[in-house]
Design a protein around this ligand. Structure first.
Ligand code: SF4
Length: 633
């Protein structure tokens, strides 16, 4: 048996249909190929879930996994990955959680928990020091997320327990329902709804086991040498002072902040919703996830006659833009309340904001009427309307039922040409960065396996002037140029898979070469940077093939028409569109994929995963290269 450091070497499997719990040894050959975190989750799902099933089918599985660095003293090592077939993208789904839950899972003795089947009655799991217990959740079914956490902690009698749970939105299968732990959120791709479909309300964890580190003294000394440089990055200081929303002003200058469903480039209301204003007026305290020197997490406190006392997470940039500028809402207090509502009901701020923006634009164009909305007049810049719609989504009430489907499916239900205004890629609503301002982001959105994703690559950081010599990013990549963006996006996507496989937060900036050093000192396994990068590339390819089997094809590697054909009318990206085709062509070539965007056998062989892929395709009786059988069957 392998001796594990960093990793626990143990994976738990919980079958909710028959209440069976089993503990398995992690396979070193898998870890060697794809590391932990998102890599391990990707391989498990690829091997065990038929991507063609419905996301709410009991045979779908949900994987919670941590990386080898999660819970160690490495800065920013707080992250947990959650992955499954997504009810929103109808293909690959993943989301990531900060806070303290992942560290606790590692200390409880597990690298991952695989959830299978479906419980007959509401259930929650209690994981403690190598044991897992299924418990009755009838009493907490229906509760909002903060009350779920309080209730479980009080029932189990230990304030140190960490809870990841769903709210009413997950129970009601809102397709972008999130999973919440503390005030941290795994928001994207609707994995809270997968939990809800399995009648799994929460997973509570408590661990007192020691996380084994191969060379702790050397690790400590490397961290103390690196620490000052992490905080010297200008972005670290902004994040530390104002949170992610501290960057709104500079994003606005680039023409990056979406305004009125991506139709405007300038808006006076921006100054009331940016991080500096919010922190100066409503900050309760600064907070940080486990082991984080940056601390981008802010808590707000404000009293307002409309909402009473609100205490909770300060809106991050994505919330402030998706429920603010995107909808022409410049009321900062309403944004704090909306953030709270989304987290209490448990659904994604980006997807809800973009779906509401779609509805308002369609209403103003006469494509949606009061017949559809149940009498509601939809208009821009109306915070009370937005609050009302968010509550309707959380309760799946009236027009909120359709909005809870996400903008792609909602626009298909409504029809009448409304599809044109649904801003999504592969069903995932577009995040709050206009790709006409950073064209590499356009390619990143078009090709990310989970759909429009701003985090898997964060290419706009490079397009703002950052260089990463460790990854051979030596030259400046201008934001409007398209040359070389195929290579850049592929490189950054692979690298971000590595970060997420190790359990690190990407907002804590650590040079890649140092991360390879941390991996060695924590696990005792030597993997030089090119080998780590190859792990990231394997993950990209495994998820890609999962999607191909699910019926997601190269035709889905695209962007909403607005980005491709409507030049920005004003502001920092005036006159720009995204020239996607040439970038996509370069991207496929760099990736070693054919013109249909299918990874070639040669590429998979080069990555040493051809055998795994072929044997899985054989077991599913699918031939992705010859199309002998329809992949949509
Ligand atoms: S930078 Fe922010 S999200 Fe990342 S670990 Fe620190 S507090 Fe958490």
């Amino acid at each position: 048996m392998a001796e594990w450091y960093g990793y626990t070497g143990r994976i738990a499997r919980v079958n909710l249909s028959d209440s069976r719990v089993s503990i398995e040894d992690a396979k070193m050959e898998y870890i060697d190929l794809v590391l932990g975190g998102i890599g391990l989750a990707s391989l498990i799902l690829f091997m065990e879930v038929d991507p063609r099933i419905d996301a709410f089918d009991p045979s779908n599985k949900l994987v919670f996994s941590v990386g080898p660095l999660t819970g160690t003293m490495v800065p920013g090592s707080s992250r947990t990955t959650i992955a499954s077939r997504s009810p929103l993208t109808l293909g690959w789904g993943e989301s990531h959680l900060g806070g303290f839950w992942g560290t606790e899972l590692k200390k409880a003795g597990f690298d991952a928990i695989i959830i299978e089947g479906k419980a007959d009655t509401p259930t929650y799991l209690y994981v403690e020091d190598g044991r897992i217990e299924l418990r009755d959740a009838s009493r907490i079914w229906g509760l909002k997320t903060s009350n779920v956490e309080k209730s479980i902690i009080s029932e189990l009698g230990d304030p140190e327990i960490k809870v990841a749970c769903i709210g009413p939105a997950g129970e009601r299968l809102v397709r972008y329902a999130s999973i919440i732990s503390g005030e941290r959120v795994a928001g994207r791709t609707g994995l809270g709804a997968v939990m809800g479909s399995k009648k799994l309300k929460a997973i509570a964890v408590r661990g007192l086991l020691q996380i084994r580190i191969r060379w702790p003294d050397k690790l400590r000394s490397m961290i103390s040498r690196l620490y000052p440089s992490i905080m010297s990055f200008p972005t670290s200081q902004i994040l530390s002072s104002y949170g992610t929303n501290g960057e709104m002003e500079s994003f606005y200058q680039y023409g990056d902040v979406p305004i009125r469903n991506f139709t405007l480039g300038e808006w006076d209301g921006i100054h009331k919703i940016e991080g500096q204003y919010m922190v100066e007026n409503y900050l309760k305290r600064h907070r940080a996830c486990f082991g984080c020197p940056v601390g981008c997490w802010k808590e707000a406190r404000v009293e307002d006659p409309r909402y009473g006392l609100i205490e909770g997470r300060m809106p991050e940039y994505e919330s402030a833009a998706s429920l603010g500028s995107l909808l022409l809402n410049s009321d900062p207090v309403s944004l704090i309340y909306m953030e709270k509502l989304c987290n209490e009901y448990g659904f994604d701020v980006i997807s809800s904001g973009v779906t509401i923006a779609w509805a308002i634009e369609c209403f103003t164009k006469g494509l949606i009427t009061v017949e559809d909305t149940g009498g509601l007049q939809l208009r821009w810049g109306d915070p009370e309307l937005i609050v009302n719609l968010l509550e309707m989504i959380g309760e799946r009430r009236g027009f909120g039922y359709i909005l809870g489907e996400g903008c792609r499916l909602a626009s298909r239900i409504i029809g009448r040409g409304s599809e044109k205004y649904a801003m999504h890629v592969k069903g995932l609503e577009v995040p709050m960065h206009d790709p006409r301002a950073f064209k590499g982001m356009g390619l990143q959105y078009a090709t990310s396996n989970r759909g429009a994703c701003h985090l898997q690559g964060l290419v706009m950081r490079i397009e703002q002037g950052e260089r990463m010599p460790d990854l051979k990013i030596y030259r400046r990549f201008y934001r409007f140029e398209i040359e070389g963006k195929g290579w850049l996006v592929a490189t950054m996507q692979d690298w971000h898979h590595v970060i997420e496989s190790l359990g690190l937060c990407k907002f804590v900036q650590i040079p890649p070469g140092h991360i390879a050093g941390f991996y060695l000192l924590v696990t005792g396994i030597e993997k030089r940077l090119p080998e780590l990068q190859k792990c990231g590339e394997r993950i990209s390819n495994i998820q890609r093939i999962f999607n191909i089997i699910a019926g997601v094809t190269s035709g889905d590697d695209t962007l909403p028409d607005r980005f491709l054909s409507e030049p920005v009318v004003e502001g920092g990206a005036k006159g720009e569109i995204v020239e996607l085709k040439p970038m996509l062509k370069e991207y496929y070539k760099v990736r070693g994929w054919d013109e249909r965007g299918i990874p070639t056998r040669e590429k998979l062989d080069d990555l040493s995963i051809l055998g795994i892929i072929e044997s899985r395709l054989d077991s599913l009786e699918i031939d992705i290269w010859g199309y002998k059988q329809s992949i949509r069957s």
